[in-house]
Design a protein around this ligand. Structure first.
Ligand SMILES: [Zn+2]
Length: 272
């Protein structure tokens, strides 16, 4: 099991006999009614955090991040990227106008622009923006009793969980590797992680919904008689009727009321 941040118990109180079985790190969740509707229109607003599966419930705890201090290097980075974008939007038209107005063109000016551009990009790639790492939890995004989950399905890389008494499903996103195309970042779905989660939760839902623990209680015989011939008769703890003990089986069905009761080993040992 992956490690939870220590403040998890500030948000979750486990029920009697409830145990945390699986933790999935960095899972996106959308639970709010309106945000689910927005997500279907194409703008998912994921809240990232830990997905926690117990034998009774499914939780999502949103991450809390440390407030970041912006370093001098990062300030420099944002300044350079601002200049670069300015150059892209204003610089090229200026260069273009310059070229057509002063023919033959001044090569040193063009060369200088290109060198400046390359140097800026090199500086940009050298300065890494420090990653924002979670340090704890902020709030519960949802907590669902497994008993109420009616369906789990995959749709365009998301996982949709239908829950009884909820008009819209809860959405889950399992982000995996990512690739950067300039400013645009494409995040791939971690299908392996998602399938493992589906497998685990399906088993637990089955156990909760289809296989409720049977609680059968038997009463134990406390009164019995041995006659002269050594025959034993026991008194039914439910109705009080006496019945002869014929076999060495520990559970006996009363011939009068039909209920099952238990014969203690000590009485069974007296049978010859
Ligand atoms: Zn009986």
């Amino acid at each position: 099991m992956s490690q939870l941040f220590s403040d998890w118990s500030d948000f979750i109180a486990l029920l009697p006999y409830e145990k945390i079985l699986y933790v999935y790190k960095n899972v996106g969740a959308i639970s709010d009614y309106e945000e689910v509707a927005y997500a279907f229109k194409g703008t998912p607003m994921w809240k990232y955090g830990d997905l926690i599966l117990t034998n009774k419930r499914l939780f999502h705890l949103e991450y809390r991040y440390e407030i970041k201090k912006i370093s001098r290097k990062e300030k420099l980075r944002s300044l350079i990227s601002f200049v670069l974008s300015l150059m892209t939007f204003l610089g090229y038209p200026i260069i273009f106008i310059y070229f057509i107005t002063s023919w033959p063109p001044n090569c040193t000016f063009a060369l200088l622009t290109i060198v400046l551009f390359i140097v800026s990009i090199l500086i940009l790639s050298a300065i890494k923006v420090s990653e924002n790492k979670p340090v704890g939890y902020r709030r519960i995004i949802f907590q669902l009793p497994l008993k109420r989950i009616t369906d789990i399905r995959e749709k365009s890389g998301w996982l949709l969980i239908d829950v009884k008494y909820r008009r819209k499903p809860v959405l889950l996103g399992f982000p995996g590797s990512s690739k950067k195309y300039g400013m645009i970042e494409k995040i791939y779905v971690d299908r392996d992680k998602m399938r493992k989660f589906i497998k685990n939760i399906s088993t637990l839902i089955y156990e909760v919904q289809e296989y409720p623990r049977e609680t059968i209680q038997y009463k134990v015989v406390v009164e019995f008689k041995i006659d002269r011939n050594g025959a034993i008769s026991v008194k039914c703890p439910y109705c009080g009727a006496s019945a002869p003990l014929q076999s060495k089986e520990s559970t006996v069905k009363c011939p009068y009321c039909g209920k099952q009761y238990i014969i203690p080993q000590k009485i069974l040992q007296l049978l010859k």
